[in-house]
Ligand binder design. Structure first.
Ligand code: KG4
Ligand code: ZN
Length: 340
C-alpha cells in the first residue's frame, strides 16, 4: 500500500510517501518546509503567519514528495492527514487540500491524531515493537506518557501540569538570546559544556499525583539571568551559558525518565517509545539508552528527522486506520482539541 502523509498542525509543512509492507513501513520520500525564518524574530510560532505560509507551501511540498518517490497521484492507495490537535489555520491547509485531492482522484482518505502519528514514527525503526509499551511523547506542546497495548490504542498515564518540556527549552533559549528554535540550540550549547552549572530542584507535588511540571524551570532560568545579566548577552560559546544549558538539559532528561521504571513494572511494559521533537535531545537519548539497559526495556526512538513533526509519521499511522467513508462530508472536519 502506498500512502501520502501530510502534516501541518503547527509550523512545519510536510509531506511524505510511505510504502506499507508486511515487514513494516518504508520511507519512499520526505519533504519538510521550515518556517523558522518567519517565526524566529518573534521567538515563537505566530499562528496567523504559520497559516498563511502553509497555504503557500502545501502544493509544492506534496509535489516534491511525489516527485522524490517517482510517483504520481494515480499511484496512491491512501491519503493520510493530521486531523488534530493543532492550530486551526495551520491544520486546515493540508486538511482541506487532502480532502479535495481525495475527492477529485477517488483516493481513500483518513484523518490521523497528531500524537498517534508521533507513536508511529517509531515503526520505521521498530516495526516489531514488543507490547505493552510505555510511550513518552515530548514536544513543544505535549509532555504525555501513555501505555500502548498495540499500535492504535494509547491510554494516558501522566502528563505535565503546566508547560511542555519543549517550552522549557524554547524559553530558555529566548532568555539566553541563543536563537530559534530553542531546543537544538540549547542541546548544542549543553554538549559543549565542560561542566554543568548549579542543578535545578525538581518540583514537589503536595497531592501526590503522578505528573510533571516544567514551568518552574522557566522561573529558575529567569532568576539566574536576573542575578547575572551578563548571561543574556554572553552567547553560546560562554562556559557559564553552556553550564546552565547542561544543567537544564540534565534536569529535563532525568525528570522525564524518572517515572518510567516503576510504571513499566506496574504495567508489565516490555518496550519504551520516545517521540516528539524533544526526543531529538542528545541527553534524553543517552539517558534513555542507559535506562533501557538497566531495566531490560526495549527502546525505540525514531531517527531525529522523524521525531519532529513530519508527514511520514502521519502516513505510517494512517496505514493502520480505517479510511473514512465520506471524507468530503461535513463530519470529516479538523478537530483542534482532539483528545489532548
Ligand atoms: O514535535 P515537534 O516538532 O512539534 C510539536 O508538536 O510541538 O516538537 C518541537 C519541539 C520544540 O519545542 C523544539 O525546541 C524541541 O521540540 N526540540 C528539541 C530538540 N530538537 C527539537 N528539544 C530539545 N533538544 C533538541 N535537540
Ligand atoms: Zn508534534
Amino acid at each position: 500500500m502506498i500512502i501520502l502523509g501530510l502534516e501541518s498542525s503547527c509550523d512545519d509543512c510536510s509531506a511524505a510517501v510511505v510504502e506499507e509492507t508486511v515487514e513494516g513501513p518504508l520511507l519512499r520520500s520526505l519533504v519538510r518546509e521550515s518556517q523558522d525564518a518567519i517565526h524566529g524574530p518573534f521567538g515563537g510560532v505566530v499562528p496567523e503567519l504559520a497559516a498563511r505560509e502553509h497555504l503557500l507551501q502545501v502544493r509544492s511540498v506534496i509535489a516534491g514528495a511525489l516527485a522524490q518517490a517517482g510517483l504520481g497521484l494515480q499511484d496512491l492507495d491512501r491519503i493520510a492527514v493530521t486531523r488534530g490537535p493543532g492550530l486551526v489555520g495551520s491544520l486546515l491547509a493540508t486538511f482541506s487540500t487532502s480532502k479535495a485531492l481525495a475527492w477529485r482522484h477517488g483516493i481513500p482518505w483518513v484523518g490521523v491524531h497528531h500524537l498517534l502519528g508521533h507513536l508511529h514514527a517509531a515503526r520505521f525503526a521498530a516495526p516489531d515493537l514488543a507490547f505493552p509499551a510505555l510511550v513518552l511523547l515530548v514536544s513543544g506542546g505535549h509532555t504525555h506518557l501513555y501505555l500502548a497495548q498495540d499500535w492504535t490504542s494509547l491510554h494516558l498515564l501522566q502528563k505535565t501540569r503546566d508547560d511542555a518540556a519543549g517550552e522549557a527549552f524554547d524559553k530558555t533559549a529566548r532568555m539566553l538570546n541563543l536563537g530559534y528554535p530553542g531546543g537544538p540550540l540549547v542541546d548544542a550549547c549543553a554538549q559543549a559544556a565542560v561542566r554543568a552549572g548549579d542543578p535545578f530542584t525538581p518540583p514537589k507535588f503536595r497531592d501526590g499525583k503522578a505528573s510533571w511540571s516544567f514551568s518552574g524551570l522557566k522561573t529558575g532560568v529567569k532568576l539566574r539571568v536576573e542575578r547575572n545579566p551578563r548571561l543574556a548577552e554572553a552567547g553560546a560559546s560562554d562556559p557559564e551559558v553552556q553550564g546552565l544549558c547542561r544543567s537544564l538539559q540534565e534536569a529535563i532528561a532525568a525528570w522525564l525518565l524518572k517515572p518510567v521504571p516503576e510504571l513499566a513494572r506496574e504495567h508489565g511494559a516490555r518496550s519504551l517509545v520516545i517521540s516528539g521533537g524533544v526526543a531529538c535531545n542528545s541527553r534524553l537519548r543517552a539517558e534513555a539508552a542507559a535506562m533501557a539497559t538497566r531495566t531490560g526495556l526495549r527502546l525505540a526512538i525514531p531517527e531525529p528527522r522523524l521525531c519532529t513533526d513530519n508527514g511520514a509519521m502521519i502516513a505510517a499511522a494512517g496505514a493502520k486506520l480505517e479510511p473514512a467513508s465520506e471524507p468530503w462530508s461535513q463530519n470529516a472536519d479538523a478537530d483542534l482539541k482532539w483528545g489532548a
